[in-house]
Design a protein around this ligand. Sequence first.
Ligand SMILES: [Zn+2]
Length: 391
Amino acid sequence: MRSGGLALLAVLLIAAMVTISWAPNRSLSSVSGRLPHIASLPSPNSVVPFGSASLGVNALDNLAAPIVGLAATPDGQGYWLVASDGGIFTFGDAGFFGSTGALTLNRPIVGLAATPDGLGYWLVASDGGIFTFGDAGFFGAEGGAQLAAPAVGMAATPTGNGYWLVFGSQQRPLAGKVVGIDPGHNGLNYTAPQVINQTVWNGQENEACDTTGTATDSGYSEAQFNFNVATYLQADLVAEGAHVVMTRYDNSGIGPCVTTRAAILNNAHADVAVDIHADGGPASGRGFTVLEPVADGPNSGVIAASDTFAALLRTTFLADTGMPLSNYDGIDGLQPRNDLAGLNLTTVPKVLIETGNMRNATDAALLVTPAFQQAAASAMAQAITTYLSGA
Ligand SMILES: [Zn+2]
């Protein structure tokens, strides 16, 4: 149980001071044409009055949980603040009628509403659960159900004999992000050697436009594997809100050239990208390798970001797929490469992953299964989400 009360009066600011220092941005910018000085930005866990509102609160210190809501008293001479742990802070003529601060909540508090006479209040949690205090009555709740959408706030009716709960939507972690996927090779490359054997300039040297890719001893093609993983990955990323751009959308075509693949993802301004492959290494060799770009001019701006992503991908892939680090390529699963167009020409953070060795019987047995392909995609999605959340 916590009540601010008189102990917190010390942090109250005079309304005029607050109003001046936190004038609305639009009036300042319309006069000066510039953003207001940084000192006028609100502090964490503070209250800023506008118009006829008074009683500001400067930063509340040492809170166990952030402030998430405010309700005013009937005469506007005070208010309650609620923190996400249900702690209540009273200001002005607001009375204290209890809090959930001493309880362990299943879900955070997201808002509150006051009763019409100011002698009670409701708290609402993100699962739609309602907590009543003082003369606040209970009129129903959604708490306990598995909600598709979180509660984000509430308001009381003027009589105090009811309330509205407001439900928002899940904030998807990759909303607004663009992710590039390059599934290496293509299913019909083997039919068109005159196309894929053309040489293209990869920024360092000539390279074949594309290759057929490798295959397992039983004939399962790398092109098919790459495309399957890419398709699972696309679904995972779209579910998280990302816009996904791929260099090919089926496994029944030829190409495009590796230079074109790089250009597609560059032109999409991908926030991060991955080239998906499986290796055709020595039959005795096992494991996966993440290939990283080497600075060469076009890609120099994305080396550090690519290295960060490479490290994340190595971690999630090792943890989630059962595929070991390569014992024949790279060092601890990482290998810089300056001979690949996809890495030389990239202007977006990118790595190429050799997800396993198709010429090794143990790796091949994993690679051909939908379970491994889904796990590989999931590991990539996790690394991408972590990378983009921290970027
Ligand atoms: Zn390949």
